[in-house]
Write a protein that binds this ligand. Structure first.
Ligand code: PHE
Length: 360
C-alpha cells in the first residue's frame, strides 16, 4: 500500500506541475481528492487494515493529501496570476493616446453661424440677450405696435397655444425675436446694445421656409443713435460675416409696425453656373429687416422716446447660413441626416473668432 501511495503522490504532483489551465487543474483535483478520487479511495480502504497499520497508513495518507492539496493551491494561484497578467496585457488602455480623429459629431451650420454672428457683434460691444420660445400675445405683437386687427398678425402665420383663461389672449410660439427687444427694454436702462439669437416659428414650409427657423435680433438705444449708425453697423457686420470688402448693399424702404422709418437690406451677389457669389454681379439678396425703433415701442418698453432713440434689426440665421455655406434646401437643416451633417457640419474645436477666422 505504501508503494501505491507513493506512486499516486508522485503521479498527481507531476500532473499538477505540468498543467497549464485552471480547468485541467480542477480535473486533477477531482481525480485525486474528489469523492471518487484515487486518494479518497485509499482512505476508504483504511477500515480493512489492522489498527497499527491503519494509524500509520492513515497519517501517511493525510500527509500526501495535504501535500497534494497544497501543490494544487499553489499551482492555482500561479495560473490565476498568469491569467490576470494576460488580461491586463490584452485589455490595456493607453490613456495617453489622443482622441480618435474620426469624430462622429459635428457642429450644425446654424450653431456655427450663430457663434459667428455673436463673435462679430460682441467684438463691436454688443451683449447677448434671450427670451422664451413661448411668448405672450402682447410681447410678440401688441408691445411691438402690432394691434389686434393689424394685418401683420395674419402675415406671421402664428402658431397659437390654448389660452390660460377666458379673458386672456392665447400665448404664441414667438413669430420673431423682436419680443426680446421689449423684454430687454423693460429690464434694463439705456444705453442698450444687444443681439438676441434664437428659435422662431411660423406655419410655413417650402424650399426656403420651415415651421421652426432662427433669427437674430439687434437693438441699440441711447440718446443720439441714428440711421447712419444702423447702416455702418450692419455694413461692418456683413463684411465681417461674408469676409468680403465693399459688399454692395441696398437699403430698401420697407414697412414694419415696430420701426419708423423701416428698411430691408439687400446685398449684391451673382448667380453664375448655379454658384452664388457674394459681393459681385448685379443680383440682390434680401438678408434682413431693420429700422429706427418706433416711439410706441420705446414707450411700451418703459423708455422715454423724447430722450432716447435707436435702431433695431432682425435677420434670418438659417438664410445667411445657406448663403454663406452654399446649402440649397432649408428643410435639410432639420432632417438630422448624419451624412448631411458630416458634409456641412463644422469641427467642434473650430470656435469662430474674429482674429482666429470665422469660416473654415
Ligand atoms: N421682426 C422682423 C421680422 O421678423 C424683422 C425686424 C426686426 C425688422 C427688427 C425691423 C426691426 O421680419
Amino acid at each position: 500500500m505504501q508503494d501505491q501511495i507513493n506512486t499516486i503522490r508522485d503521479d498527481v504532483l507531476a500532473q499538477v506541475e505540468g498543467v497549464s489551465d485552471l480547468k485541467s487543474l480542477d480535473d486533477i483535483r477531482v481525480a485525486a481528492l474528489g469523492k471518487k478520487g484515487q486518494i479518497t479511495g485509499l482512505m476508504k480502504q483504511l477500515g480493512g487494515l489492522d489498527p497499527d497499520q491503519r494509524r500509520e497508513v492513515g497519517q501517511e495518507l493525510n500527509r500526501v493529501k495535504d501535500a497534494v492539496q497544497a501543490a494544487i493551491d499553489a499551482r492555482k494561484s500561479d495560473l490565476e496570476r498568469a491569467e490576470l497578467n494576460r488580461r491586463l496585457e490584452v485589455e490595456r488602455v493607453d490613456v495617453s493616446l489622443p482622441p480618435r480623429p474620426e469624430m462622429q459629431g459635428s457642429v450644425h451650420p446654424v450653431s456655427q453661424v450663430m457663434d459667428e454672428i455673436v463673435a462679430i457683434f460682441c467684438e463691436m460691444g454688443f451683449s447677448v440677450a434671450e427670451g422664451p420660445d413661448i411668448e405672450g400675445d402682447w410681447l410678440n405683437f401688441g408691445a411691438l405696435n402690432i394691434p389686434d386687427e393689424h394685418p401683420a398678425r395674419q402675415e406671421h402665420d402664428t402658431f397659437y397655444l390654448p389660452a390660460q383663461s377666458d379673458d386672456e389672449a392665447r400665448p404664441v410660439l414667438r413669430t420673431h425675436t423682436s419680443p426680446v427687444q421689449v423684454r430687454h427694454m423693460l429690464s434694463s436702462q439705456p444705453p442698450i446694445r444687444i443681439i438676441a439669437p434664437g428659435r422662431t416659428y411660423r406655419s410655413d414650409s417650402d424650399m426656403t421656409h420651415t415651421p421652426m427657423f432662427h433669427q437674430v435680433e439687434g437693438l441699440v438705444i441711447d440718446e443720439t443713435t441714428h440711421m447712419g449708425h444702423l447702416k455702418g453697423c450692419l455694413r461692418d457686420f456683413v463684411e465681417a460675416f461674408f469676409q468680403v470688402d465693399n459688399v454692395p448693399m441696398r437699403f430698401r424702404p420697407s414697412y414694419f409696425p415696430f420701426t419708423a422709418p423701416s428698411m430691408e437690406i439687400d446685398i449684391g451677389c451673382s448667380f453664375r453656373d448655379g454658384e452664388l457669389k457674394i459681393g459681385e454681379g448685379d443680383d440682390w439678396l434680401e438678408i434682413l429687416g431693420s429700422g429706427m425703433v418706433h416711439p410706441n415701442v420705446l414707450r411700451n418698453g418703459g423708455i422715454d422716446p423724447d430722450k432716447y432713440q435707436g435702431f433695431a434689426f432682425g435677420m434670418g440665421i438659417d438664410r445667411v447660413a445657406m448663403l454663406k455655406y452654399g446649402i440649397p434646401d432649408l428643410r435639410s437643416f432639420f432632417d438630422s441626416d448624419l451624412r448631411w451633417l458630416r458634409h456641412y457640419g463644422f469641427r467642434a474645436l473650430d470656435v469662430p473668432t474674429l482674429y482666429g477666422g470665422l469660416a473654415r
